[in-house]
Design a protein around this ligand. Structure first.
Ligand SMILES: NC(=O)c1ccc[n+]([C@@H]2O[C@H](COP(=O)([O-])OP(=O)(O)OC[C@H]3O[C@@H](n4cnc5c(N)ncnc54)[C@H](O)[C@@H]3O)[C@@H](O)[C@H]2O)c1
Length: 348
């Protein structure tokens, strides 16, 4: 392995240019090539990077660009095909979220990466966000007490996707954060959704996750809301935390608020504690820069990524259960292949 790996990015649509910009800025790697089947998209992005090779043919990009690693930012239905070809060609591979379209595809990609001895990383971007890392630190410190529940909302008007429903598009962000904070995969999922568009794809959904030991989380995802919302409440039995990703100045607030339960079953009065609110300092570093740096580190050291293929599979298990539940009017679905977390993969 050369000490500055050559990186190629496939997909120059909405998200790919963010990855291209970050890999291009990293001094630990060389952005060698970009690829898109759409010549117009490729030309408009490559205009900013005249030193980078361009390809419309993925096979030529894999064979001719002398790449060590491939970063995949194309629609989800193409993830498996492009990632399996990249791994078979001996390239370390980064796939955007969600990892693939099915549990089976994720398992095959994990097997392939293992057989080939290559790094396989999934773009669960929020786990590289200084905000989410600060929240994790606060939760792990015990300041909030025992986490009673988490509720998360990711709403906007659009962007409608053609190949995946709203849960597969938006909920991977909320789910990756919730699993990170709970340090556990849920055991069961209920989800109700509604289809309002002609495309017959669920565009509004409400998901509930049940964890062992009574832990509970709720995720509301929508492409059909008048107001853009990206927020999360983490409710502990001592304090409560609110994370508003759209607040430019104070994304995290900790409230010294709780319900005080009666001491014995004979006492029925519930009282409410109201105390101060405080906001921690959050480093302004860009999550994508941290994520890209981590991928390069893993390539150079052989370390398993913090968001490895096992995490991608875990998330796709939950998304699959949510889709099955929506098709069955919110039926309770046990998570297939429930993967116990061992604290080694997550929480670093
Ligand atoms: N991590 C995040 O926060 C985040 C945010 C948005 C999107 N994403 C993910 O990024 C991926 C891409 O999403 P998007 O919104 O940019 O999609 P997009 O449709 O805007 O862009 C995809 C691009 O891939 C190209 N493409 C499709 N098939 C190709 C192929 N076989 N070879 C080469 N190019 C091909 C298309 O021409 C298009 O330019 C998805 O997996 C999505 O879930 C992640």
């Amino acid at each position: 392995m050369r000490n500055k790996p050559n990186i190629g990015v496939v997909g120059c649509g909405y998200w790919g240019p963010n990855l291209i910009r970050n890999f291009n800025l990293l001094k630990e790697c060389t952005l060698k090539a970009i690829c898109d089947t759409d010549e117009t998209r490729l030309a408009s992005v490559s205009a900013h990077y005249p030193h980078v090779e361009t390809y419309t043919d993925y096979e030529a990009f894999l064979n001719d660009a002398d790449l060590d690693a491939v970063v995949i930012a194309v629609p989800v239905r193409f993830h498996f095909d492009l990632a399996s070809r990249s791994l078979l060609a001996g390239k370390h591979t980064f796939i955007e979220k969600p990892m693939a379209s099915s549990i089976d595809e994720c398992k095959k990609l994990n097997e392939l990466a293992e057989q080939q001895g290559l790094v396989l990383m999934v773009g669960h971007t929020f786990l590289y966000s200084p905000v989410v890392r600060k929240i994790k630190e606060i939760v792990d410190s015990g300041e909030l007490g025992k986490i009673n529940y988490i509720s998360s909302r990711r709403l906007n008007l659009g962007l409608y996707q053609k190949d995946i429903n709203v849960v597969w598009d938006l909920a991977p962000h909320d789910l990756s954060i919730i699993l990170f904070l709970m340090n556990e995969c849920p055991r069961e999922v209920n989800c109700r959704g509604k289809t309002t568009s002609a495309a017959n794809i669920y565009d509004v959904a409400n998901m509930s996750l049940g964890f062992s030991d009574g832990g509970f989380a709720a995720v509301h995802s929508s492409w059909l809301d008048p107001k853009k919302v990206r927020d999360m409440a983490i409710v502990g039995d001592r304090k409560m935390l609110v994370y508003d990703d759209l607040d430019p100045a104070t994304k995290v607030k900790i409230y010294d608020m709780r319900v005080e339960q009666p001491g014995t079953p004979h006492e029925s009065r519930i009282s409410y504690h109201y105390g101060d609110m405080w906001a921690p300092y959050i480093s302004p570093n860009e999550p994508l820069r941290i994520e890209a740096t981590h991928f390069i580190d893993c390539i150079l050291t052989g370390e398993t990524p913090m968001t490895c293929g096992a995490h991608g599979l875990e998330l796709v298990c939950i998304l699959t259960a949510a889709s099955e539940s929506m098709r069955n009017n919110g039926a309770n679905i046990l998570i297939e292949n429930h993967i116990p977390r061992d604290g080694q993969l997550i929480g670093k």
